[in-house]
Design a protein around this ligand. Structure first.
Ligand SMILES: NC(=O)c1ccc[n+]([C@@H]2O[C@H](COP(=O)([O-])OP(=O)(O)OC[C@H]3O[C@@H](n4cnc5c(N)ncnc54)[C@H](OP(=O)(O)O)[C@@H]3O)[C@@H](O)[C@H]2O)c1
Length: 256
């Protein structure tokens, strides 16, 4: 059977670890050539690329530290060079905006430095990466961003992170309208708590109990739970879905 993403090329920011790694592996298994972006951890990116390849897919890694000025240009210089070598051009089909940080800091303890860092990585870099991507995306392409359930249900333990996920939701709707005429669908997934390095607290008894108390489904969410929804949004079956923020949180915060 033909794989749904055969012949497609995907860029996954923060594709080296956690949710991004699961997304990269899933898109690779569905036939896409995957550019696995990372910032600091080359080893994790190499492992992700190897995992995609060992499942019969194709992938390569690209480095760009997103706190640096000009990060989007640097990222696409690396992607362009590799895509020209592999495909003869710089066009691609799927952008997954997934890289992010979530420092544990509440409202009263928030410093300008931590606010600037979260804004730079989670909002500014995502914005300009998307701007560069839109120049290169084929018509009929897809953009899927990883926002968070905390933009609807602010989490006081990560106050500046909570408020700075809301712009991702806003951009998703803005771009869905702007890129609709090109047949580019723009959506976001809003995970609840997912067991990755970012959410280490779920591995403590208190963290696990707190998380489960807020969810309808009584287990801890895994990166693959998110990757499967992202793969749907990145693929042909989501053709009539755009401008949506889809919560992937096991039914988090459903009732008062
Ligand atoms: N885990 C959750 O509970 C949860 C819930 C809701 C939403 N999310 C969102 O899901 C996305 C992925 O989260 P995760 O849990 O998978 O996180 P993670 O395991 O900590 O992985 C983060 C990824 O982003 C990259 N990254 C982080 N800072 C970077 C920087 N300054 N420059 C370049 N790359 C950078 C990392 O690469 P390097 O290691 O190489 O720097 C890594 O690949 C984020 O947008 C997060 O906000 C997560």
């Amino acid at each position: 059977m033909t794989k749904p993403l055969a012949g497609r090329t995907a860029v996954v920011t923060g594709g080296s670890r956690g949710i991004g790694r699961a997304i990269a592996e899933t898109l690779g298994a569905q036939g896409a050539l995957v550019a696995v972006h990372f910032g600091k951890n080359q080893k994790a990116a190499d492992e992700t690329v190897a995992a995609v390849k060992s499942a019969g897919g194709e992938a390569f890694s690209v480095q760009a530290e997103l706190t640096e000025k000009g990060a989007a240009a640097k990222l696409f210089a690396a992607i362009d060079a590799e895509l020209i070598r592999r495909t003869g051009g710089v066009k691609f089909d799927i952008l997954i905006n997934n890289a992010g940080i979530a420092p544990f800091v509440g409202f009263a303890d928030t410093t300008e430095a931590v606010m600037d860092e979260i804004y730079t990585v989670n909002v500014k870099a995502l914005y300009f990466i998307t701007q560069e991507a839109v120049k290169r995306l084929n018509d009929g392409g897809r953009i899927v961003s990883t926002t968070s359930i905390v933009s609807r249900l602010p989490f006081p333990a990560v106050a500046p992170y909570s408020i700075l996920k809301a712009p991702v939701d806003n951009l998703t709707k803005l771009l869905a309208a702007e890129l609709g005429p090109r047949g580019i669908n723009v959506n976001a997934v809003a995970p609840g708590v997912i067991a990755t390095d970012m959410a280490e607290f779920v591995h403590t008894p208190d963290g696990e109990a707190m998380t489960l108390s807020k969810q309808a489904l009584k287990r801890i969410g895994q990166a693959q739970d998110v990757a499967d929804v992202v793969a749907f949004l990145a693929g042909p079956a989501s053709r009539w879905v755009t401008g949506e923020i889809i919560e992937v949180g096991g039914g988090s915060g459903l009732t008062f």
